[in-house]
Design a protein around this ligand. Structure first.
Ligand code: NDP
Length: 248
């Protein structure tokens, strides 16, 4: 990636971009940023109230009117994603980008204490949900021409760390999913990459590190150069990469 890329105004004009987990944390700021640069954003998330707030902020700022998809990735089936894709196709006729940002941390636990229901939930939300959504939207993304799929990884998705259990395993799986889809869709116009946000001031980070002073952390806004780069046409040709949003 170009280090600290600076997107020109209107860089995402006429693009339709779906953001999962768009109601809070990094996903909320990404949705607002994509809209600011001209995209029509589709806000997908679990808590409808949070999505409505983001919707209102985008409209109040005078950005393109977004759409809302209330969906809990934990229970969503193949049919939900197919219906959603059919609606996107009917409404917009295209899908230029997907940011897979929604994620579930669970609780940090000694390995011997990992409980199976929590393991399944984390895999469902972080891996299976992203896989099913991607399967459903790929035909529309191929048809759109140049399009971009961005997964969200983590430092623990590249190097395991004690107590991070199912969350870390789910992020290794995310890296694998990205590589497999990127390889398979090479030369189709669909590019596929991962972002590792790095330590970021959100409620998920506070849950993982309750003793940490959040003021010492980067904010989601600090990361947006990379989130913009991978959705803009300036990253055409960049695929199968796992990139850091915080470069030391
Ligand atoms: P937050 O917890 O602040 O936000 C996560 C978002 O995902 C929320 O909007 C949440 O919706 C949504 N979400 C969670 N579960 C579901 C579900 N079952 N169905 C639909 N939506 C869901 O997290 P961050 O912003 O910190 O994290 C964003 C991504 O970045 C995650 O993938 C995370 O793993 C990754 N990451 C974050 C780091 C950090 O330091 N913050 C570091 C490395 C990676 P709701 O609010 O409605 O529950």
């Amino acid at each position: 990636a170009q280090q600290h890329y600076s997107a020109p105004a209107g860089a995402l004009k006429d693009k339709v971009i779906l953001v999962t987990g768009a109601g809070d944390g990094i996903g909320k700021v990404a949705a607002l940023t994509y809209a600011e640069y001209g995209a029509t954003v589709i806000l997908l998330g679990k808590t409808t109230q949070k999505l409505t707030t983001v919707y209102d902020e985008i409209v109040a700022a005078g950005y393109p009117e977004p759409a809302i998809v209330p969906l809990d990735l934990k229970g969503a089936t193949k049919k939900h994603y197919q219906d959603m894709t059919a609606t996107i196709k009917a409404e917009f006729g295209r899908l230029d980008g997907v940011l897979h940002n929604a994620g579930m941390l669970g609780v940090l636990t000694p390995f011997e204490h990992i409980d199976l229901p929590t393991w399944h939930d984390i895999m469902q939300v972080n891996v299976t949900g992203a896989m099913l959504l991607t399967q459903a939207v790929l035909p529309l993304m191929k048809q759109t021409g140049h399009s971009s799929i961005v997964f969200t990884s983590s430092g623990v998705g590249r190097k395991g760390r004690a107590f991070w259990g199912p969350y870390a395993v789910s992020k290794f799986a995310t890296e694998g999913l990205m590589q497999i889809i990127a390889d398979e869709y090479d030369n189709t116009g669909v590019r596929v990459n991962c972002i590792n946000p790095g330590a970021t001031r959100t409620s998920m980070r506070a849950k993982a590190y309750p003793g940490e002073d959040p003021q010492t952390l980067k904010t989601p806004a600090d990361l947006m150069w990379l989130y913009l780069y991978l959705m803009s046409d300036d990253s055409i040709g960049v695929t199968k990469q796992s990139l850091d949003a915080q470069i030391k």
